[in-house]
Design a protein around this ligand. Structure first.
Ligand SMILES: C[S@@+](CC[C@H](N)C(=O)[O-])C[C@H]1O[C@@H](n2cnc3c(N)ncnc32)[C@H](O)[C@@H]1O
Length: 274
């Protein structure tokens, strides 16, 4: 049963919208209420009212980030929505190798916006290494950003349960992951040569971005689903400005730019080009 009064849920939705662009509809009430109840049991706050009061009047950045962590959903996986990786292989790495496409010198910059715990940016790095002919001649870097503290910490540690890589080709796992031993025998760690390609930073997509790009590729997947239409429109147009001409934007397969006022060209469902 819900423990939230309608006015409390409204207050939470207002904080989530104003700070992080999250559009918490009433369908999320149960989820929010359960997570909040779990959090409150371990917190010094007497009840929801006291916690909301604290958030409204005396919260510092750390308090707000803890609240964001509580609301955010970090589900992700390696090579999730493989059609986006197939697109990159077919329309980006292969034409680059054949000389049918040029980039800025040898630089390839990729942004995993809302990277969660890291499988997305690490997949992008592995994929570039696997599919870019004469990889060593290129300068490939992946920027990985998210706002959730727990997700960012996991991304930095880069250690995952073995079952998260079970579906990947064995050859790839052997090449790009280290198998744990002893107490960590059911874990794998992303190998250093892949971790070195990825820079992990905290970033609230709603705020100003401390980098200018340009990026050849942006993956912004399964995050816009939490934003309302004006927020999505603003966000993708900011990303458009940060892409090189011909740059690629992949969004989640359950998401679309249709109905948004943008200059992007659709090249396949959930893949767009500047
Ligand atoms: C479901 S995960 C998607 C992870 C990955 N992109 C994928 O598709 O597998 C959504 C992520 O968006 C992040 N997120 C939500 N709102 C955000 C915001 N305003 N700024 C930055 N990250 C945000 C959450 O912390 C979460 O890690």
């Amino acid at each position: 049963m819900s423990t939230l009064a309608p006015s409390q849920f409204e207050k939470i939705a207002e904080i989530a919208r104003d700070n992080w662009g999250l559009d918490l509809t009433e369908r999320k009430e149960k989820l929010v209420s359960n997570r909040l109840a779990k959090f409150l049991r371990k917190s010094p706050f007497e009840d929801v009212e006291a916690y909301l009061n604290h958030l409204e009047h005396e919260a510092d950045d750390a308090d707000m980030l803890a609240f964001f962590d509580l609301l955010s959903t970090n589900v992700t996986s390696f090579f999730r929505e493989s059609q986006h990786f197939d697109y990159l292989e077919r329309e980006f790495y292969t034409p680059l190798a054949r000389g049918n496409l040029t980039t800025r010198g040898r630089k390839i910059r990729i942004w995993s916006a809302a990277c969660s715990t890291g499988p997305e940016p690490y997949s992008l790095a592995m994929h570039a290494m696997e599919h870019l002919t004469n990889y060593e001649k290129w300068d490939v870097k992946v920027l990985a950003t998210d706002l959730a503290t727990s997700a960012l910490n996991e991304a930095k540690v880069a250690m995952y349960p073995v079952k998260m890589v079970e579906e990947l080709p064995e050859k790839m796992v052997k090449k790009h992951f280290l198998r744990g031993t002893g107490e960590q025998k059911d874990m794998v760690k992303v190998a250093a040569h892949i971790r070195e390609m990825v820079t992990i930073r905290r970033l609230n997509l709603m705020e100003s971005w401390p980098f200018k790009g340009p990026f050849e590729v942006i993956f912004c997947r399964n995050v816009m689903i939490y934003f309302d239409k004006p927020t999505r429109e603003r966000l993708v147009n900011r990303m458009y400005d940060l892409l090189s001409p011909g740059g690629i934007l992949a969004i989640g397969s359950a998401e679309t730019l249709s109905g948004l006022d943008t200059k992007f060209q659709t090249v396949q469902p959930s893949v767009y080009v500047r």
